[in-house]
Design a protein around this ligand. Structure first.
Ligand SMILES: Cc1cc2nc3c(=O)[nH]c(=O)nc-3n(C[C@H](O)[C@H](O)[C@H](O)COP(=O)(O)OP(=O)(O)OC[C@H]3O[C@@H](n4cnc5c(N)ncnc54)[C@H](O)[C@@H]3O)c2cc1C
Length: 371
């Protein structure tokens, strides 16, 4: 498959941390190694700008990275395929197209799936907001929707669900479409993990935007035009979006790795698989054996990236590895539509245009590095 005697580093998934690694490789090479990126899609979508894309603030190009293009700049071999199984002992992996690739070092940054995908009927009738490439179809359906009342139901009132529901309202205003929007949550915790003040502001905004909030209803079954909740309650929809919490792709469990209860690969403080030190990982797809508080947000994937890169280099050069200590708190900015946002840090928060401009600046600065 490969020519010459070089060893091979395989990167699986073009997530945030791997984008950083690929960029580093423009000027900094791994001695004696070739690097291969295997990713399911040629484009990497940046979630920070996802709701802005739905609402029409950003184009698809604005929030995507062209993976073959950045790989060619760094002499990284790009392969569009999905890894379905890893054999850690043989140091090989298998892809959906049936290819087997051999590696010496492996790094995984494959993100996460939507937990709601497990609900019976979800993959037949609902639209999952992940992978983010799904947003293109979702946006088209919304724009093409009949002008009369179109019933959109978003399941999941975490940050992603809140951003998407409010972005749809903003899109409706721009497109002159009357969407009836509901957001459904399995419990009463809107924006779980955020300060109460952030939750209250958001609920207030739902009222002002005529977004119906339905709490303490857990979806049990999805049929063509309605969701059946565990309580027996039925919710009708024309378009159903699932923005429920995250769950690992089955890859790690099926490869026999040590995983947590949601199937994420368990790593040590050096971002290494706890059983196979030549397999590393970053972002949503990992679970730290020593830190329980790390959330599935891009912030961590970005912060892990420099340590991941250094540790891969240290393995190559046979040097001591560096520890990564995840931060407990971070600035979070949730887009509220129409160029407004709510920025929060611990219990402090600020709503309005300034928060949105800060978010816009952070997001554009991030994506610009890879354009
Ligand atoms: C609507 C929305 C808004 C969000 N907003 C924010 C925000 O503002 N700030 C924030 O910090 N977080 C946000 N998040 C969370 C954030 O998206 C994730 O935490 C983040 O994307 C995780 O990054 P990652 O690098 O782990 O993987 P990802 O960015 O998900 O990338 C993983 C890549 O791996 C590829 N892949 C997956 N499986 C395989 C496989 N088996 N083989 C090959 N390739 C594979 C995928 O195609 C994908 O390109 C948001 C999430 C959503 C859904």
């Amino acid at each position: 498959m490969y020519e010459n005697k070089l060893k091979t580093l395989i990167l699986v998934g073009g997530g945030h941390a791997h984008l950083y690694l690929i960029k580093q490789m423009i000027s900094d090479k791994l001695k004696g190694y070739r690097t291969v990126l295997i990713s399911s899609e040629s484009k990497q979508y940046y979630s920070g700008m996802a709701s802005g894309y739905i609402e029409g603030t950003y184009t698809e190009k604005d929030f995507t990275v062209d993976l073959p293009r950045i790989c060619s700049k760094s002499a990284v071999i790009f392969i569009k395929d999905t890894v379905i199984l890893i054999n850690p002992a043989a140091k090989t992996l298998e892809t959906a197209s049936g290819e087997i690739y051999k590696f010496d070092i492996l790094s995984v940054d494959t993100g996460s799936d939507i937990s709601g995908s497990q609900i019976h009927g979800a993959r037949d009738f609902a639209h999952l907001i992940k992978p983010l490439s799904n947003l293109k179809i979702i946006k088209k359906i919304l724009i093409d929707a009949p002008v009369d009342l179109y019933n959109v139901v978003v399941v999941g009132a975490g940050a992603a669900g809140v951003e998407i529901a409010l972005a749809i309202r903003a899109l409706g205003i721009k497109e002159n479409k009357k969407y009836s929007i509901s957001i459904v949550n399995s419990n009463s915790d809107i924006l779980k993990g955020y300060a109460k003040g952030v939750e209250h502001k958001t609920v207030d905004l739902f009222k002002r935007n005529e977004i119906k909030l339905i709490i303490n209803q857990r979806a049990n079954l999805i049929e063509k035009n309605y969701i059946l909740m565990q309580s027996g309650f039925k919710i009708k929809y024309d378009l159903l979006l699932l923005a429920t919490g995250s769950l690992s792709h089955p890859l790690y469990r099926e490869s026999g790795f040590c995983v947590d209860d949601k199937g994420y690969m368990v790593v040590n403080d050096y971002l290494q698989n706890i059983e196979f030190p030549y397999i590393l990982g970053a972002g949503d797809c990992i679970k730290f054996e020593n830190y329980d508080y790390v959330k599935k947000v891009g912030v961590y994937a970005i912060r892990e990236a420099p340590i991941l890169w250094k540790n891969i280099k240290h393995i190559v050069d046979n040097e001591e590895l560096e520890k990564y200590v995840p931060q407990k708190n971070y600035l979070s900015i949730i887009s509220l539509g129409n160029k407004t946002a709510i920025a929060s840090y611990k219990k402090l928060f600020k709503t309005g245009r300034i928060s949105w401009y800060v978010k816009d600046w952070i997001d554009r600065t991030f994506i610009k590095q890879y354009h």
